[in-house]
Each structure stands twice: as C-alpha cells, then as structure tokens.
Design a protein. Sequence first.
Length: 75
Amino acid sequence: MPESSRDTVLLKAAKYTAIGLEFPTTVAAGLFLGYYLDQYFHTKPWLGFVMGLLGIVVAFYRIFVLLRHFSRDSK
C-alpha cells in the first residue's frame, strides 16, 4: 500500500473514531454532572434527567458539526 493511501485510510479512521467516541462521552459527561449536582443540591432525579437530556442534545450537535467539518475537508 502506498504511503499516501495509508495516510488517507488512517486519517479517515481517526475521523470516524472521533465521531464514535464523541457521542457517548458527551452523554456520559452530562449524566455524571447531573448525578453529582443531584447529590449536592438534593434534587434527585431532576438534575440528572435534565443534564442527561442536555448531554444528548449537545452530542447530536457536536456530531453534526464534526460531520460538516469532515465533509468540507474531503472536498
């Protein structure tokens, strides 16, 4: 496999890995933050629920931004 072709394959793999890791880590961060805020403010389960939903919304937004950025790079 030529060097430039290998670099292209590795670059694509890195991009899709970033997308695959971005979603669950963003959602998990929202859930953990909500859990700890619930513990601190004694509001169980409300802040966990709200922060979990916010994490999902932010994760979809980040995936949209990354895909748009990656599609612009491929042109």
